[in-house]
Design a protein around this ligand. Sequence first.
Ligand code: GLU
Length: 353
Amino acid sequence: MNVRRVSIVLLMAAALVPGCFCPIPASAQSTKVVSPVAPRREQVEAVIKEAYEKYKNDTNGKNADYIPYLAKVDSKLFGIAIVTTDNQVVTVGDVTYSFSIQSISKVYSMALAMEEQGPAKVLEKIGSEPTGRPFNSPNAVVDMSTHSGNPFVNAGAIATVSLISGSTADEKWNKILDFYSKAAGEKLVLIDEVYKSEAATNTGNKALSYLLAKYDRIYADPFESVDVYTKQCSVGVNATQLARMGATLANNGVNPATGERVIKAEDIPHILSTMMEAGLYDGSGTWAWNVGLPAKSGVGGGIVAIAPGKGAIAVFAPPLDEAGNSVKAQEVIRYVADKLNYNIFSPSSVGFK
Ligand code: GLU
């Protein structure tokens, strides 16, 4: 018997003895967690390919143009990515193109504010009510008793940024970027051209920040908060990174790729419930009715939807509907959620017949 065979026999014998120290090489000690609910890979692959083919030629909607850079993005770009809680990654289409995260950033700044202040403070200082108005509405700031509405409309998001600690704007910004990167499991970077384009045209957001100041509902310098907010919206992500950021929420706050805990488990229900109520702006009610998944859209053309415990799907396709939500992304996620039985309001999504 040669040395290799002897060691294999010894390993097998050791493994059979209860309590025995088994010198299994590190590479063989798989700690891979198998999710009891994440869908099978073949199933996901088939469904997202079907969705891609079904919707790729849909030309409805129009790129956002109030931020000049966004009007120039190729409106044919189309990518779909799913990351499951057991870190299976399934993609199709333009999934390496880096687009601006825009409003989807608001989810992770809300999470960071809760990490620092706790959920009760965030609820008290920002609120969590749908506004029933467009995402940048000054009327909502005037009319709502909380003024800031919720962390996902622009006013509430700027107020959320103002809650994040840091002695300088740069310190806050770096903390935010670092937090997003942990959720993505990769270093994310600012798309400078988007930032410049948006910073040159964001008078509406500046007006919102001063309106919040009138009601004492902003907690740092208003224009400085708008600037950090503008940077966070200009962070570049691709569909795969965005799906991983979503999967971190689906996986109860732990990034399924890195194993790092990014968000406290007790904060997740507050984040997902806010996504359900306000993630697609004034399209949120219809979204809940049709799809039943917490999601967040951005005017850059991305939407990420979360199937708690199972995974996340991110779709990127720039043309938007009237409410500011990507047309193709909504269609794809609705199709996939239906086929994979993801709707959280359906008892069959957790095994009921
Ligand atoms: N940066 C954008 C704005 O402030 C975000 C809007 C969005 O994605 O919905 O208008």
